[in-house]
Design a protein around this ligand. Structure first.
Ligand SMILES: C[S@@+](CC[C@H](N)C(=O)[O-])C[C@H]1O[C@@H](n2cnc3c(N)ncnc32)[C@H](O)[C@@H]1O
Length: 479
């Protein structure tokens, strides 16, 4: 038995006696990455919200900030794969390892298997972290496990991990570090449009950093604003890809006329605003508007065409975010705070266009929310279905005869997309029809989206379009 293995066998399972702050001799980028990863596990923190504040508080320079981001996002995304590696290297299930030490090992495994960080730096700093957050015996255990991992290449570990896979989806789940239920859901969604063979590409795309997309609000952004942005987006006629620089600095400098927004979200909002020419005086509603990204784009489109938008958001704190997002508009856009499922009773036959960007699992935005894949559960899909149906039924009642509704989710799960729409159309009994959403979206897209015809809906994909996996269906109430 090697010394490493002997130390590992003696240690690693004892829970930490105290949880002190990690050692000061750990490089700040690694320390911050560890703290965020631990906060995600311990207190359900959101890495995309917590990390920027930690980076700012520590006043990290650009290079260290980029390293902290890569370490945090990379470790959280690949956690499923690393856990399988750690279990093999430690010769025990990860459930038998002290959770704080497991986080140290995940971060160490990421450095060893996916970055150019030198082995001695990855191991030594991980051991320093372990000394701070674990029991006394944890340092030897951490050292042993990481040295075992470092002895093989990532390809060798992948082979060993995949040997243990029990079926095709489990193999994909292991290799691309997704829960198996999400792999199955993605397979089903791709199959619905004849692209099941793209599953591995989709899973791989989820593990890549998303580009920074910006929208220049039509009718409000100036030529000077646009010149500050990078290249035009491939599909959205109002979108740009930011090559470098701080996007939030640009948002402030342009007083919100330029905003950070995924290209898929831009396409979803434009599908509604550009479904047919705007008639002055039209009334539009964004039923679930928080935090307000699509509301800002819709409001500027409405304004340009002489229509009026009302935004609605149930959660007061998110309604405040909607008001902030709408500050770029010269006129005040009303923001209501009502339960959207009641809109059919309170405002029947009222709106010419409604955006229902429904609360959903967000499985289409896994690139941006690194820990979300581990936090979401199959039960969340079932829990949300009732709300999604209730909101859609109510919104259809709030449409004027002839009015158009866009049902949108940032999830491709068919139980949140096609199934919800099909049920609502069936219940509406001929008074609601699906429009050719693909034709509408293609009509304003700057490039060919290569969408399957005749499905009545549009599913965008990270691996095909470089967008979040947004689902969009346009429905029209009979005149
Ligand atoms: C997917 S998000 C909308 C994103 C938004 N359209 C944007 O682009 O920024 C769904 C929103 O619906 C809100 N919501 C949930 N239940 C609701 C309800 N019953 N009525 C109105 N809004 C609701 C959530 O608080 C959440 O802010």
């Amino acid at each position: 038995m090697s010394d490493d293995r002997a130390r590992m066998d003696r240690a690693g399972t004892t829970p930490a006696r105290s949880r002190q702050a990690p050692a000061d001799n750990v490089q700040p980028a690694r320390r911050i990455a560890y703290e965020v990863i631990a906060a995600v596990r311990e207190s359900d923190a959101y890495a995309n919200l917590l990390l920027p504040t930690r980076i700012q508080r520590a006043a990290l320079g650009t290079a260290d900030a980029a390293l902290a981001t890569e370490l945090t996002y990379g470790t959280l995304r690949m956690q499923g794969f690393y856990d399988r590696v750690i279990a093999l290297a430690a010769n025990r299930p990860v459930s038998a390892i002290d959770p704080a030490i497991l986080d140290v090992l995940r971060l160490g495994a990421h450095q060893l298997l996916a970055t150019r960080v030198a082995t001695h730096a990855a191991v030594n700093e991980s051991v320093s972290l372990a000394k701070q957050v674990g029991s006394r015996s944890a340092t030897g255990f951490t050292n042993g496990v990481l040295r075992t991992i470092a002895r093989s290449s990532v390809e060798e570990w992948r082979e060993r991990v995949l040997e243990g896979a029990v079926n095709v989806d489990d193999r994909l789940a292991a290799e691309y570090s997704h829960p198996a239920w999400i792999v199955r859901a993605f397979r089903q969604a791709l199959k619905a449009e004849g692209h099941e063979d793209e599953l591995a590409d989709l899973l791989a795309a989820d593990n890549m950093a998303a580009k920074v997309n910006m929208v220049a609000l039509p009718g409000l952004a100036t030529d000077a604003d646009r010149e500050r942005l990078g290249l035009a987006d491939e599909f959205s006629p109002v979108g740009f890809v930011l090559d470098s620089g701080d996007p939030y600095h640009l948002v402030t400098a342009t007083e919100g006329r330029v905003r950070v927004q995924d290209e898929g979200s831009q396409i979803a909002a434009l599908a509604l605003s550009r479904a047919k020419p705007i008639v002055a005086g039209e009334r539009w509603l964004d039923l679930c508007a928080g935090p307000g990204g699509k509301a800002a784009l819709l409001a500027s489109e409405a304004r340009a065409g002489g229509a009026e938008l009302v935004a609605n958001e149930l959660v007061p704190a998110r309604a405040t975010l909607v008001r902030t997002a709408l500050q770029a508009l010269p006129e005040t856009v009303p923001v209501w705070e009502i339960d959207g499922t009641t809109i059919g009773q309170t405002h029947a036959d009222t709106f010419d266009r409604i955006l229902l960007d429904a609360p959903c699992t967000g499985l289409g935005a896994l690139r941006r929310r690194p820990e979300a894949r581990w936090r979401k559960q199959p039960k969340d899909v079932a829990d949300l279905a009732g709300l999604q149906s209730g909101l859609l039924d109510a919104a259809l009642l709030a449409l004027k005869p002839g009015g158009i509704l866009a049902y949108v989710t940032c999830s491709p799960h068919t139980a949140e997309t096609r199934a919800i729409v099909a049920l609502a159309v069936r219940k509406a009994g001929g008074s609601v029809t699906a429009l050719d959403t693909a034709a509408v979206v293609q009509s304003f897209s700057a490039a060919n989206l290569d969408l399957p015809a005749d499905t009545g809906s549009v599913q965008l994909w990270p691996h095909r379009h470089g967008t979040d996996a947004m689902f969009i269906t346009l429905l029209q109430r009979a005149p």
